[in-house]
Unconditional design. Structure first.
Length: 203
């Protein structure tokens, strides 16, 4: 074998080794990032449980002047809680939706009022660990969603429609039937290309 062939072979080996090293480093970095994200999610879930417990206690105790308690979570006003027993989730509902608030909990989209006539639209991330709205694709028609407002009213809603639409479809924000209480759940699906919509109406 000529020295030129040996040199070429050595270059290929060095390139393969460098490429392998890059892949190993990339994998380690990716695993570390996933680990940090998972740890952050776990901490947030524990904090969410605490604030839900606080909301339940504050709402049940009430107060003498009948004022609605002001409750805050991670800098955002809480306007109620959502509970879905079938998929074992319960979260505070934050008053506004933005990139930061969506990392914290379930958020309100638009101006819907909690447990009032009209449509209350709620958005949540579709996390792979099943937190937030990561398991709502398991819901079916006639499953129930429970919403607690800060007046102490807990209303149960029954799912009547489930569909997938594009991210620009805002029709889901509107009530299907005027004069009723409705709740709409929204999360990403299909690699963030579509939105899973679940609509429920007061029983």
């Amino acid at each position: 074998m000529s020295s030129k062939h040996i040199e070429t072979k050595n270059k290929k080996i060095r390139f393969s080794n460098i490429l392998l090293l890059i892949l190993i480093i990339s994998a380690i970095v990716l695993i570390a990032i996933i680990g940090v994200k998972y740890s952050e999610r776990r901490k947030n879930e524990e904090a969410v449980k605490e604030v839900v417990s606080q909301i339940n206690n504050d709402v049940q105790k009430g107060n003498d002047d009948n004022q609605i308690p002001y409750i805050e979570y991670e800098g955002y006003q809480v306007i109620g809680t959502i509970q879905i027993s079938k998929i074992n989730i319960e979260y505070p509902i934050l008053i506004e939706t933005n990139e930061d608030s969506l990392e914290k909990s379930i958020t309100r989209v638009g101006n819907g009022k909690v447990n009032e006539i009209g449509n209350l639209t709620l958005s949540g991330h579709n996390y792979l660990d099943g937190s937030m709205f990561g398991k709502i694709d398991q819901l079916e028609k006639n499953d129930e969603i429970s919403i607690l407002d800060l007046n102490g009213n807990r209303i149960t809603y029954k799912i009547f429609d489930i569909f997938v639409t594009n991210p620009n479809d805002v029709s889901a924000l509107e009530p299907v039937e005027e004069g009723t209480r409705e709740v709409t759940l929204i999360t990403c699906t299909n690699g963030n290309r579509n939105r899973l919509i679940i609509k429920a109406r007061e029983i």
